[in-house]
Design a protein. Structure first.
Length: 317
């Protein structure tokens, strides 16, 4: 099913989705678990941006990790911006998360495709690049946003997050992210992720027990593709480790752009630039980077905005 970019916001909310983020505790609270099944979320992003196969995998992994981190946000004004700036073939890859696991994001070069790697997998690190840094900006409605950064060493995204949590937040983490793309159509068949974070008092034996499950954990997306539900698959791959589920949330790809915000951006360009657009083009089409939604403005509408810009500048003068 194709959906046009014009109605992406509405469509996403109506699209039937089995996406879920599960939060829970292992070993009586010694380890925090967050897991996601996000096929609809990633497929919506793919259709919105016309992502290539490899960019679907790269942005999909980033969006799911951002969704897993965003369900921890406590206020509606809190947000989280994650930027992979690794000088890969895709350019910058950016995701923003809001409360409740609502995420949006983009790849600078969304249509770039790369040959499969020798092991037959999509070359995500080729798109992300390994010559640069990962930045995470947490805007938690405080005076200043908190910015953390670390070098990108792997480029496959999951390990880069694990490394970031250790380097920047002193939080050891096991992160797995997987997106399975139909080789013929590019459609997302399954997408999932898991993040395990031991608390400081967690005994070593529990960490060893988790590490012994890593090869099982890496089967998560395949098991979901085969029809497994996230909760059942988690029980399966964690073997005899009990999960106490504390919260489930439905994440989604959802952009908060609006005509009002785009108008405000046009007004803030100032009257000189606005007059220039009116004279030269007589109209304007602005595209939201995060969802590819298009906003068209006629000469009359631009002239109205120009009048507003003049009023504002007069007030400021
Ligand atoms: Zn948008």
């Amino acid at each position: 099913m194709m959906i046009s970019s014009e109605n992406i916001n509405e469509t996403n909310e109506n699209m039937s989705s089995e996406d879920v983020v599960i939060r829970g505790l292992l070993f009586n609270g010694a380890v925090n678990l967050t897991a996601i099944s996000g096929r609809t979320l990633v497929e919506t992003a793919r259709q919105a941006h016309g992502l290539s196969h490899v960019c679907t995998a790269a942005l999909g992994r980033l969006l799911m990790q951002t969704a897993m981190m965003s369900v921890q946000l406590k206020n509606s004004t809190d947000n989280l911006t994650v930027i992979f700036d690794g000088n890969g073939a895709g350019g910058k890859i950016v995701a923003v998360g809001h409360e409740g696991g609502r995420v949006k994001g983009y790849v600078d070069n969304p249509s770039v495709e790369l040959p499969l790697k020798a092991n037959g997998k999509l070359d995500v690190s080729g798109v992300v690049g390994t010559d640069g840094e990962l930045r995470i900006i947490r805007d938690l409605s405080l005076k200043e946003p908190y910015v953390g950064r670390c070098a990108i060493t792997d480029g496959e995204i999951a390990n880069d997050f694990a490394n970031y949590f250790v380097v920047s937040e002193q939080q050891p983490s096991l992160v797995y992210l997987g997106v399975r793309v139909d080789p013929a159509t590019g459609e997302v068949r399954a997408a999932s992720g898991i993040m395990l974070q031991p608390l400081p008092f967690c005994p070593d034996e529990h960490i060893t027990a988790l590490e012994s499950r890593t090869s099982e954990i890496s089967k998560l997306t395949r098991l979901i593709e085969e029809g497994g539900k996230l909760e059942a698959v988690l029980l399966d791959i964690l073997g005899d480790i009990d999960i106490e589920i504390t919260e489930t949330t439905q994440p989604m790809f959802s952009c908060d752009c609006s005509r009002e915000k785009i108008e405000a951006a046009l007004i803030s360009m100032g009257r000189a630039e606005l007059s220039d657009i009116i004279e030269k083009d007589g109209k304007a089409e602005l595209v939201c980077r995060f969802c590819d939604r298009k906003y068209n403005f006629t000469r009359e509408e631009l002239t109205e905005l120009l009048n507003e810009a003049e009023t504002k500048e007069d007030v400021n003068d």
